[in-house]
Design a protein around this ligand. Structure first.
Ligand SMILES: [Zn+2]
Length: 196
């Protein structure tokens, strides 16, 4: 707990200094709408990342204000052009990203967040969702399913809680050069996942 608090505090200081250091107008974040002379670099440390693919893409990547990545900004760009999808809808966000929340907050769009380990409005196990059928019109579930052992069950559950004609905004990491899905041999324990 103490460790998390210290980390949170250090992140805040780091971001505060970054915003000053990267002050400028050249790049605008599609999530929070803030402008900077450049974004932060993103270091792909995990060995699963293919260095040939990511070598050039890790620079100038993270928004110093909302920490959004390109994958978050793509979603917000899409939403900018399809805002009617969200108007007067019941919205649920799994593992809510700061950038997506900023985009919704800036437009005064209400939503609920869900997470199994992190602080959220609802504590939900995505493979056994404690909600009624057709509970939400729009569900965000980005970069979650790759961490779930029984992801098929999770998809069934998402399908169950999303209303008829509802929308699922879902993404997972994909390397289109791979012929087969990479399955992690040693799954993370809940504690490992929680402490990330
Ligand atoms: Zn941002």
């Amino acid at each position: 707990m103490m460790k998390n608090k210290i980390r949170e505090c250090l992140v805040k200081i780091f971001l505060y200094l970054s915003r000053i250091y990267f002050f400028g107008e050249k790049y605008e974040c599609s999530c929070c709408g803030k402008k900077f002379r450049r974004f932060l670099n993103f270091n792909y440390k995990l060995p699963i990342y293919n260095k040939n693919i990511y070598l050039e893409t890790y620079k100038n990547t993270i928004c110093p204000y909302c920490l959004s990545l390109p994958r978050h900004r793509i979603i917000c760009e899409y939403l900018n052009n399809n805002i009617n999808l969200l108007k007067n809808k019941k919205i649920l966000i799994f593992a809510a990203e700061r950038g997506i929340k900023k985009w919704l907050d800036n437009r005064n769009i209400k939503y609920k967040t869900a997470d199994l380990y992190e602080k959220a409005d609802l504590k939900i196990d995505i493979t056994d969702i404690n909600l009624k059928d057709n509970s939400y019109d729009v569900v965000f579930c980005n970069h979650v399913l790759e961490h779930v052992d029984n992801y098929r069950k999770a998809i069934e559950e998402l399908n169950r809680i999303i209303a008829t004609n509802g929308v699922l905004i879902c993404s997972v990491p994909i390397d289109i050069t791979l012929k087969e899905t990479m399955e992690t041999k040693n799954k993370e324990t809940k504690e490992e996942r929680k402490n990330k």
